[in-house]
Design a protein around this ligand. Structure first.
Ligand SMILES: [Fe+2]
Length: 166
């Protein structure tokens, strides 16, 4: 069997997804917000599973994943575990908004030779990634609203204190 033309794509996805998993587990471990933590663990699970599923598909095709030599600590994992607020992490990691137009997934089916099993996996992957984007954006919006409410309450408290002083 000739070497599939889309091996590079499968390899790139497996490597990127495996690298993304610890961003979300690290963040989940560091947040105090239980709902966010749950979402982050779900996303981490998806990332890790994608990493394995694509590596497994490559093995079924007769090839092994080539992992790049470790580039040291992933800066995104560092941000995820830092003591920035969750909102700051969303902004720093660019997970707060869903990309409305073109995204990196649009061209993944451009290769017309993709076999049906790989195509099925790729389709599920793309749909899950976009769903993840929506889940994260919804969490960002929820936390923004929580933050706004807390700031409003704090301002009210300050104003009341001021009024009492007079
Ligand atoms: Fe991903």
């Amino acid at each position: 069997m000739a070497k599939p033309t889309y091996l590079g794509l499968l390899n790139a996805i497996s490597v990127a997804e495996t690298a993304a998993e610890p961003i979300f587990t690290t963040w989940a471990d560091s947040t105090k917000d239980k709902k966010l933590a749950q979402t982050l663990r779900f996303v981490a699970m998806r990332e890790g599973e994608h990493g394995v599923a694509f590596a497994k598909r490559m093995l079924e095709l007769g090839y092994e994943v080539r992992r790049p030599a470790s580039a040291g600590e992933n800066p995104a994992v560092k941000i995820a575990g830092s003591n920035k607020t969750d909102l700051q992490k969303f902004r720093a990691l660019k997970f707060g908004k869903v990309s409305g137009k073109a995204d990196v997934f649009d061209n993944m089916f451009a290769d017309k030779n993709i076999d049906p099993i790989t195509g099925g996996l790729l389709g599920r992957y793309i749909a899950e990634e976009r769903d993840t984007g929506r889940l994260l954006a919804a969490e960002y919006e929820r936390l923004l609203a929580v933050d706004k409410k807390a700031k409003k309450a704090a301002a009210k408290k300050r104003a009341k204190k001021q009024a009492e002083k007079k």
